[in-house]
Write a protein that binds this ligand. Structure first.
Ligand SMILES: [Zn+2]
Length: 89
């Protein structure tokens, strides 16, 4: 299992570059697959402000989890929309 809580999967769907991510909800403990458009990634200036979020399709909880470097790479590589919070000085 992936300790980071989200894993990229190869999708069995039509179309180019279709990627789904397997994630789990900390609230209802459901696990499910999300496509890139269901996930938002925010990259801030520190670890604390770098996170990804999605809405649980089971209980509709807004889930937010910290995203380490590997996760950021995984998500951006999968076409997840990225919001950059970091301000360049
Ligand atoms: Zn849930």
């Amino acid at each position: 299992m992936d300790v980071a809580g989200i894993t990229r999967m190869s999708a069995v769907v039509d179309g180019p570059a279709a990627v789904v991510f397997r994630a789990a909800c900390p609230d209802c403990r459901a696990s499910f697959e999300l496509d890139a458009s269901a996930i938002r990634l925010a990259i801030g200036g520190s670890r604390r402000t770098t996170f990804y979020s999605f809405t649980c399709p089971e209980c509709e909880a807004a889930v937010r989890k910290p995203a380490g470097e590997r996760i950021v790479e995984l998500l951006t590589g999968g076409g997840v929309r990225t919001l950059r919070l970091h301000q360049t000085v």
